[in-house]
Design a protein around this ligand. Structure first.
Ligand SMILES: [Zn+2]
Length: 283
């Protein structure tokens, strides 16, 4: 009888140590797995609201973290709510140049109050498409500079919108820290790219890289340590992903395309982008 108890105990302890080994292996795999980063997406846009739980689950399964940027004060509140739901949502709050007349004072206060919660300031920047006159342009610059001041004060990375305004952005940014600044959806010339690299900016490429030769050429000229990826969802892409609104699940395809241009494996590219994303975020 005592022999049987001894045998059972031995079997049990073997089972437990087997299970512990299994758990340790899983933990090690999870720890070593590369996180993918979508460096610019409007996940708090109402377009995602009806299936946001699905997206958050999908991000968890695919190991994707997102820099969730905001358009204005109200949208920034939504971004903060979303970040409460998931650790994989890194909240960026700010005023997009399209919303330049939004309440700058309130958003500044919101950044101050949430300085320990937010991951960055954005989407901020300049865009002549949204300026009908000089007053509008001046207001955009005023808002941009004020939010850059706040970001610098709290040492936060910035996500910059620079459509048709890269040279003005370079001029303004010359007096700011550009080491944690992202020129999202980079769309400049090769010369402007060189300037961005000289100033230490990060630049991000999105789903367009899958098919656009000019973007692929730009990517091949970008310092490897400054490349990030993004979707800018819910923007839709006419020539890929069947006009669906931008999804975080597009990110692996974007990384795959980039890996081909850089002549690296998918895993090597994912590791490089994870390192770059952490450098951008200062984490
Ligand atoms: Zn955007």
């Amino acid at each position: 009888m005592s022999g049987l108890i001894f045998f059972r105990k031995k079997l049990m302890s073997e089972k437990i140590s087997q299970r512990n080994r299994f758990i340790q292996t899983i933990l090690r795999i999870v720890k070593e797995m590369t996180w993918l980063y979508d460096s610019h997406i409007h996940l708090s846009d109402p377009e995602y609201a009806s299936y946001i739980e699905f997206i958050l689950n999908e991000m968890k399964m695919l190991q994707i973290k997102v820099c969730c940027v905001s358009m204005d004060y109200e949208n920034s509140l939504q971004t903060l709510l979303l970040a409460k739901k998931s650790n994989n949502v890194l909240p960026f709050i700010g005023i997009h140049p399209e919303c330049a007349y939004d309440d700058l004072e309130s958003i500044t206060k919101l950044i101050e109050v949430n300085q320990n919660i937010i991951s960055g300031v954005g989407e901020i920047g300049l865009d002549p498409t949204y300026a009908k006159n000089n007053e509008d342009s001046t207001r955009q610059v005023h808002v941009f500079e004020n939010l850059l001041d706040v970001a610098e004060k709290y040492d936060k990375p910035v996500s910059i919108h620079s459509r048709k305004s890269l040279d003005d952005i370079f001029q303004i940014m010359a007096s700011y820290n550009t080491k944690h600044a992202l020129l999202h959806w980079f769309d400049g010339s090769k010369k402007q790219l060189q300037k961005a690299m000289d100033m230490g900016f990060f630049v991000s490429y999105g789903p367009v890289i899958v098919y656009a030769n000019d973007k692929q050429a730009l990517l091949s000229k970008t310092d490897e340590s400054k490349i990030l990826v993004e979707t800018d969802g819910p923007v839709r892409f006419s020539r890929c992903f069947e006009m669906k609104s931008g999804q975080t699940s597009f990110i692996p395809s974007v990384i795959f395309s980039i890996s081909k241009i850089l002549e690296k494996s998918f895993d090597e590219t994912a590791k490089l982008l994870e390192k770059n994303s952490k450098a951008y975020l200062g984490i």
